[in-house]
Design a protein around this ligand. Structure first.
Ligand code: ZN
Ligand code: ZN
Length: 238
């Protein structure tokens, strides 16, 4: 049976070979990214990161935002190769890229949250439960890789999402107000909250508020990407 599975796997991978998420180069089954892209993809420097806002210290955006989550880490900056891989994931619906982003998020968690015992992992929920749940796929994969429980039952999205990307920070804060609810108590829990991208942080902050109100002790966030602080600051000034 094992042999049949192995042969089947080989046939599938010869028809659909594993490719680099950035350039499409064919890779062995265990890799997500080729060496070249791995060396130039735009990661957040975790040795020089502000855990309050997820940006590198020289781009720290804390003076513009006060968040209710404990801390935030992001794997990539939303630019160049990382940005195009994310676009393929989100808009090209390449669901298997979730593994790549989850793998990078796990690296950030192992480095920055190594002393924290998480009780549960959840994702920022989307309004349509049966749609393409890009944050949920990443969170589920993170949960598998870390061996921690995942739930999509704790948080729900109760209001339809308005287009956020052209909104100012005030509009964003207003847009997400009352958008999420907790379906049961999360007393004494350390929650790991996953999202695909952090722009202003308003969405993560609102989910953290709901989780804390439901009794959670702490909410730690991790996202695949982080939009540049400059962009956030421009949004604030408009
Ligand atoms: Zn590549
Ligand atoms: Zn900061």
């Amino acid at each position: 049976m094992k042999e049949v599975k192995r042969i089947l796997k080989e046939i599938i991978s010869s028809i659909y070979p594993n490719k680099c998420v950035c350039c499409g180069e064919i890779l062995d089954e265990s890799s997500y990214i080729c060496n070249n892209c791995n060396n130039s993809v735009e990661r957040v420097n975790l040795d020089d990161v502000c855990l309050a806002c997820g940006h590198e210290n020289d781009e720290c955006a804390c003076k513009y935002n006060i968040f209710r989550f404990n801390s935030l880490v992001c794997a990539f900056k939303n630019t160049g190769l990382a940005k195009s891989a994310y676009y393929s994931y989100k808009f090209g619906k390449k669901q298997h890229y979730a593994e790549f982003f989850a793998n990078e998020i796990c690296n950030t968690i192992n480095k920055c949250y190594s002393n924290i015992n998480f009780n549960i992992i959840c994702a920022v929920p989307s309004f349509q439960k049966f749609g393409y749940d890009h944050s949920g796929y990443i969170a589920k994969s993170v949960s598998k890789k870390l061996g921690l429980p995942f739930t999509d039952k704790l948080l729900s999205c109760v209001k339809k999402r308005k287009k956020q990307h052209k909104s100012t920070i005030n509009e964003r804060l207003h847009n997400v107000d009352g958008k999420y609810c907790a379906n049961y108590r999360a007393d004494n829990m350390n929650v790991l909250l996953i999202d695909d991208i952090k722009t202003t942080g308003a969405t993560l902050d609102e989910c953290a508020k709901v989780l804390l109100f439901a009794g959670a002790d702490n909410v730690y966030c991790a996202t695949a990407l982080c939009a540049s602080a400059d962009k956030n600051i421009n949004a604030l000034r408009r």
